[in-house]
Ligand binder design. Structure first.
Ligand code: NAD
Ligand code: UDP
Ligand code: UDP
Length: 343
């Protein structure tokens, strides 16, 4: 144990004397990196609700204290402002590693920082997992498939990725993060799990993060035209955030490394998505075409048979069911913004 002896010991560390919660399961200590972000904050809510002790590590690049403010007084919750590119010493049972900007606008803002986060950040969290014997879960992405030549995408597909394009800091970064994860697993015996997440939406997304669902919803609420990039015929498959969180927990608690696709197979063109947003928010909403971004994948749809069979998981919430829940959160935040309280 390289650093372990430096850490003050309590009878609760490393499983000795831990307090049982309910029947048949012990209370776990869990780190969620990126836990002040969109997906991370929903995951933290689920872990706290089931009785775990949760430490969030976040540098607040795209995350917000508002996403976890309701937990700040909870003795089982701890929030650490920290950049995962730097090493950190902690004692926990599980590490959910989410820290990384997910919206193309955010990850292209400082591409070198994005790849450092994916490579050095993941390395540090794997080094931590190795030292303390924690189980490590990587949130990888459907972007590892690039502009796919196989449709729908199965986990066995190796992808079609431009290594030198504007998206590479993110998709090649995540591919390297997957490589590191498997190397620590094979080489150092670290217990790992890999999720490949497909486009996910829901309450707490940044209002203006540039992703398509948040853009269309904000625009329709603000009575602005919805910006469709390119011809709008490219496709994506949209998953509601609670389905993803259930999948992440099932993966972490299960016995299989993965990778597993976690996504909703319902596939929509951007024009179809605009239509659903219009039906949900404002029948008078309009669209406006804009040039598309470089290397935009033409289509994306997960094959989730592996997760269904092995994890007994599948998404439950369709786009038409999930969207209204996101819309009411966005309406409240946009209203507050208009009243000068920020979001
Ligand atoms: P998000 O931007 O809302 O959350 C990311 C969080 O990580 C933020 O709180 C941010 O402040 C934090 N962060 C970023 N860089 C950091 C650093 N260097 N150190 C510490 N914290 C840092 O994004 P999200 O949608 O919640 O995505 C969470 C994870 O899921 C990401 O790893 C993302 O790549 C992955 N993912 C998300 C989607 C999706 O559609 N939401 C799809 C595929 C993969
Ligand atoms: N690390 C960390 N916390 C720990 C243990 C390791 O942040 O508790 C970091 C460490 O600083 C290093 C990385 O994880 O940069 C990889 O650690 P590992 O022990 O695998 O490699 P080494 O330190 O031998 O290069
Ligand atoms: N897109 C769009 N209008 C927007 C934002 C995005 O038409 O205002 C398109 C974008 O070109 C891409 C798709 O929506 O084809 C999904 O983009 P997003 O940034 O949400 O996620 P990606 O899957 O590309 O990471």
């Amino acid at each position: 144990r390289k650093y372990g002896d430096l850490v003050g010991r309590s009878p609760y560390i490393n499983g000795v004397g831990r307090v049982p919660v309910g029947i048949g399961r012990k209370r776990k200590r869990v780190v969620v990196t990126g836990g002040a972000g969109f997906v991370g904050s929903h995951l933290v809510d689920k872990l706290i609700a089931r009785g775990d002790d949760v430490i969030v590590i976040d540098n607040f690049f795209t995350g917000r204290k508002d996403n976890v403010v309701h937990l700040l007084g909870n003795p089982r919750f701890e929030l650490i402002r920290h950049d995962v590119v730097e090493p950190i010493l902690l004692e926990v049972d599980q590490i959910y590693h989410l820290a990384c900007p997910a919206s193309p606008v955010h990850y292209k803002y400082n591409p070198v920082k994005t790849i450092k986060t994916n490579v050095m950040g993941t390395l540090n969290m794997l080094g931590l997992a190795k030292r303390i014997g924690a189980r490590f879960l990587l949130t990888s992405t459907s972007e590892v498939y690039g502009d796919p030549l196989e449709h729908p995408q199965k986990e066995t597909y190796w992808g079609h990725v431009n290594p030198i394009g504007e998206r590479s800091c993110y998709d090649e970064g995540k591919r390297t993060a997957e490589t590191l994860t498997m190397d620590y697993h094979r080489g150092a015996g670290v217990e790992v799990r890999i999720a490949r997440i497909f486009n996910t939406y829901g309450p707490r997304m940044c209002l203006d993060d540039g992703r398509v669902v948040s853009n269309f919803v904000s625009q329709a609420i603000r009575k602005q035209p919805m910006t469709v990039y390119g011809d709008g015929k490219q496709t994506r498959s949209f998953q509601y955030v609670s389905d993803l969180v259930d999948g992440l927990v099932a993966l972490m608690e299960g016995d299989h490394v993965g990778p597993f696709n976690l996504g909703n197979p319902g596939e929509f063109t951007m024009l179809e998505l605009a239509e659903v947003v219009k039906e949900t928010i404002d029948p008078g909403a309009t669209i406006e075409f804009r040039p598309n971004t470089a290397d935009d994948p033409h289509k994306r749809k997960p094959d989730i048979s592996k997760a269904k069979e092995v994890l007994n998981w599948e998404p439950k919430i369709s786009l038409r069911e999930g969207l209204p829940q996101m819309v009411s959160d966005f309406q409240n935040r946009i209203l507050n913004e208009d009243e000068g309280k920020g979001n």
